[in-house]
Write a protein that binds this ligand. Structure first.
Ligand SMILES: [Fe+2]
Ligand SMILES: [Fe+2]
Length: 235
């Protein structure tokens, strides 16, 4: 993280990670923000900032794809057998589908290469969701608790970096601020972080802590999530 932060402070040049929005939106407001009703044009992102955004979009898309498939696996096993859990799981799954599709759009618009492990994330995530659900509903909730703990922390780290390292000088050097695209990304990440923490609460309310074997499940799944985040940022 420190390396990212240090490198992000490099020379500011073009704004291409978010600039490919231009390809699909003729009247892009990219690199602009509004101040007192006037459009403010900002200097371009540095290469380090662009690289950070690419990595962030890649890992977030892979993570939300994983979450989508984890809840699909849980729903597949538990929805009919435990009717009281059906709407609970469906609500969380629907939110993950929204997160996933939002980052699919970011990935397409910004031409960010998907993680090369994408097929593995799909199979592994579905197996993790279904596998823990087969142990018990509490084990599925322990899986949710572990995943959302790691993802909530990951999003918080990302928000700290986006908020502190993406304040750009305006083109005329009269002000400093964030372009609309950065503000929108921050708003999405903050909303998704809140949703993940709501899922974490739901898991706790559904006795995730009573799962057997709780420690093995949660610590094992947290370790898998951390390795997955590390890999999806890079590969
Ligand atoms: Fe999510
Ligand atoms: Fe979630």
């Amino acid at each position: 993280m420190m390396m990212i932060r240090n490198s992000v402070q490099g020379t500011r040049r073009s704004f291409s990670v978010l600039s490919s929005l231009k390809a699909t939106e003729a009247k892009s407001t990219e690199g602009k923000s509004s101040k007192n009703g006037k459009d403010v044009k900002y200097q371009n992102l540095s290469e380090a900032q662009k690289a950070y955004l690419s990595r962030a979009i890649r890992v977030d898309q892979a993570g939300e794809l994983g979450a989508d498939y984890i809840y699909a696996g849980q729903y597949f096993i538990l929805a009919n057998k435990y009717p009281h859990l059906k709407p609970v799981l469906k609500h969380m799954w629907d939110q993950e589908i929204h997160h996933h599709s939002t980052f699919n759009n970011y990935q397409l618009k910004n031409r960010v290469r998907p993680s090369l492990f994408t097929p593995m994330w799909k199979v592994g995530a579905f197996a993790m969701g279904a596998g823990t659900a087969l142990i018990s509903p509490r084990a599925a909730m322990a899986c949710t608790e572990a995943v959302e703990t790691v993802i909530g922390g990951h999003y918080n780290e990302q928000l700290r970096c986006l908020n502190s390292q993406f304040n750009l000088d305006s083109s005329d050097n009269t002000t400093v601020g964030q372009p609309e695209e950065i503000k929108a990304l921050i708003a999405n990440v903050a909303q998704f972080r809140d949703d993940e923490l709501e899922h974490l609460n739901t898991a706790l309310q559904h006795d995730s802590k009573l799962a057997v074997p709780y420690w093995l499940l949660t610590e094992g799944i947290k370790a898998i999530c951390r390795v997955a985040i590390w890999s999806a940022e890079r590969i």
